[in-house]
Design a protein around this ligand. Structure first.
Ligand code: WTA
Length: 663
């Protein structure tokens, strides 16, 4: 497949189908194909998801499409997300575990719905005490500790949208997001464990607050070990407040859940795009919560009595939708694990699955490839039995799918390959596990009510089921979709709608959402996702914009120009290769290379580190000066060089190729 040139090709081999086991079908939450017909009744079909929630006031209108692409869902409805995820379970299941948290070192916390209720109320009171008001955006920079879902739900309780920044992001990345969201309050923790080391995490918030233009007046600091602050952490007088100190004043606090309009924002989640700074995807309360609750029930097949484990990080959308909001709204028990999957040994995940008797397991293709590389021997010792497994975030190669199916699922669990995005809020393309057969490498059918189309580069629809690759678009709105890019409606239109919509039209039917992915609609009606067509890459399930990497590198003294290309990697899916030209007279030394790597770590985070830094004399450019990253990707992936005739100097890519691979 190629990107920026429009010719999208797919080389796919046919795969066989796998039937869901009949014992799964017999117990599934949805097994009647009539569900698709119900949801085809647009927009009322989606009320089936909204009806899973408790509303303070029912909506007057299911969908308002009168001002595209600013669609509204469940208009006039009122609800609170924290109430739906916590309070409403108290009557029937207050002693049931909501979160089973396991620390990397082996500590455990069993948080019941009643405990969660108390903790969320107390934290809501703490947030209020430091001045957070309804509609203030609170930035969180928390790792996989109970503090994270508790803080999210406390924000939701008082109607303050949260903006959680993945803990692996650097101080600078955090500062950018604090500024964009204009947050006055930042919530962090002193430290957490990663591969046995007690990391000083708060230093990133300290540096970020210093770098940010926004006036952060309060940094709330959770403690990993309550009452025993990390040795390296210092509190800044007048700004930093220990959560535990304020908690003591609010131990028995009861904070009424604030009544929110269905269209009031619930949270922001920043994600990488093709241009400029990351964008804050703004998600609404009613539509989002309905959609993630519905898909948790129908796609993940979660039942209230299940123990469910999504081994993602809550710092990304997967964790928001399918660790926190969907599963808790359904009242289930979720496992949360703090640390590295191979600490202290490579059987840690399976040991944990056995210990908590996990029924439904959710992970990424990157993790599956890693488990596969480690080998089956780490599984053999442990006795666990999954009914249902998910993959999310990247295309899964049939080989990895088959390994997952055989060795982890014991050929006895269903697998759903779920395609969706930060922007879509929840799953859009995936099979319903009791209804369709599984096919390795294929996400499957659209979810109920979802209408994808494959468009050519002119925006014309490629014939359905033709097996021809094209641009994936969604032609009908759905409740989980982002409302806008925070503070930038124009960018929202530019990034997602401009290309395939008639933007002069006020009929929602003329508006098509551009996913940015290439896909094929196969003869059997299944969709195969080929990957991003734009300059966004997927590194071990972390979404990264080439632009962000390039601007981090370009800031390094001595660097003249930089271009980043995605190289396919057997384990991480993709890794970034950096192609760099240096200023006149500067020598390409190890020291410069190290400064480039450090710049990426500082600007974005360690997970974004370039795999290779290639120093070149020149970069492949068109006559108008546009860098042809596609050719660099060809070099990185040892593929034949694409068309070079439009280049200002057609010999450049060949020279770089020889330099990299020799000849
Ligand atoms: C990719 C993650 C193939 C895709 C939920 C998309 C997938 C991007 C799949 C969004 C899948 C996600 N098969 N590719 N099942 N799921 N992707 O925003 O390229 O972190 O555009 O959301 O991941 O990444 P994001």
């Amino acid at each position: 497949m190629s990107n920026d040139q429009g010719t999208i090709e797919a080389r796919l081999t046919e795969q066989e189908y796998f039937r869901p086991p009949s014992k799964f079908v017999g117990q599934a939450n949805v097994s009647d194909p009539a569900v698709y017909d119900r949801f085809d009744d647009f927009p009322e079909g989606f009320e089936e998801y909204a009806d899973l929630l408790d509303w303070e006031q029912r909506w007057d209108e299911t969908f308002d499409g009168s001002n595209p692409p600013f669609f509204e869902w469940f208009v006039g409805g009122k609800l609170n997300a924290s109430y739906n995820c916590v309070d409403r379970h108290l009557d029937e299941r207050k002693n049931r575990t909501a979160l089973l948290w396991e620390g990397e070192g082996g500590e455990q916390r069993n948080i019941t719905y009643r405990d969660l209720y108390r903790e969320v109320n107390t934290m809501a009171a703490v947030l209020r005490e430091v001045g957070v008001q309804e509609d203030d955006v609170v930035t969180l920079h928390l790792p996989m500790l109970p503090a994270l879902p508790i803080t999210m739900l406390a924000c939701a309780r008082i109607g303050a949208p949260h903006s959680e920044v993945f803990a692996g992001f650097s101080a600078s990345a955090l500062a950018d997001r604090i500024d964009d969201a204009d947050s006055d309050v930042v919530v962090t923790v002193d430290g957490y464990y990663r591969r046995g080391e007690f990391l000083d995490h708060k230093q990133k918030a300290d540096q970020a607050v210093e770098e940010a233009d926004s006036d952060v007046d309060t940094v709330l600091v959770w403690e990993r070990h309550e009452g025993d602050l990390h040795d390296d952490v210092e509190l800044v007088e007048g700004r930093d407040v220990l959560v535990s100190e304020l908690q003591a004043d609010h131990e028995r606090a009861r904070v009424d859940p604030v009544t929110r309009d269905a269209e009031d924002p619930l949270f922001l989640m920043y994600t990488s795009g093709t241009t400029g700074q990351p964008k804050g995807c703004q998600h609404r309360t009613g539509g989002y919560l309905s959609y993630v609750t519905g898909t948790s029930k129908y796609v993940l097949d979660i039942e209230p009595d299940d123990t469910y484990w999504c081994a993602a990080d809550i710092g990304w959308i997967t964790g928001h939708s399918y660790i926190v909001y969907g599963p808790l709204a359904l009242g289930t028990t979720s496992v949360m694990y703090e640390g590295a999957p191979d600490h202290p040994h490579k059987g840690r995940i399976w040991e944990t699955a056995e210990k908590y008797d996990v029924d439904v397991f959710h992970t990424s293709p990157t993790a599956v490839r890693m488990f596969m590389k480690w080998g089956e021997q780490y599984l053999a010792e442990y006795d666990f039995d999954f009914r249902h497994m998910t993959t999310v975030g990247e295309p899964i190669q049939p080989e990895a799918w088959l390994w997952y199916y055989k060795h982890i699922g014991d050929e006895d669990a269903v697998i759903v390959d779920t395609w969706w995005q930060t922007e879509t809020g929840g799953h859009l393309i995936t099979n319903l596990p009791a209804i369709q057969d599984m096919k390795p490498g294929s996400a499957g059918r659209p979810c109920p009510g979802i209408e994808p189309a494959i468009l050519d580069d002119d925006g014309d629809e490629i014939e359905p089921r033709s097996g021809r690759a094209g641009n994936l678009a969604i032609t009908r709105p759905w409740p989980g979709m982002l409302q806008t890019v925070y503070g930038d409606d124009e960018r929202f239109i530019d990034e997602y709608w401009q290309r395939f919509s008639d933007t002069d039209s006020d009929d929602w039917r003329d508006w098509n959402y551009e996913a940015g992915d290439g896909a094929v609609h196969e003869e059997d009606g299944y969709f195969r996702i080929l990957g991003r067509l734009d300059d966004v890459m997927n590194v071990a399930g972390h979404r990264l914009g080439t632009m962000e990497l390039e601007s981090a590198i370009a800031e390094v003294e001595d660097v003249a120009e930089a271009a980043v290309a995605a190289r396919e990697d057997a384990e991480k899916g993709e890794v970034p290769d950096a192609y760099v030209t240096l200023r006149e007279g500067v020598e390409a030394t190890e020291e410069v290379r190290e400064r480039i790597v450090a710049a990426v770590e500082d600007e974005i985070g360690k997970f974004a580190r370039p795999a290779n830094v290639v120093f070149c004399d020149d970069l492949p450019k068109t006559r108008s000066g546009k860098i042809m990253r596609r050719l660099l990707a060809d070099i990185s992936n040892e593929e034949e060089l694409g068309d070079t005739t439009t280049l200002r100097d057609p010999s450049v890519p060949e020279r770089i190729r020889e330099q990299v691979h020799g000849d």
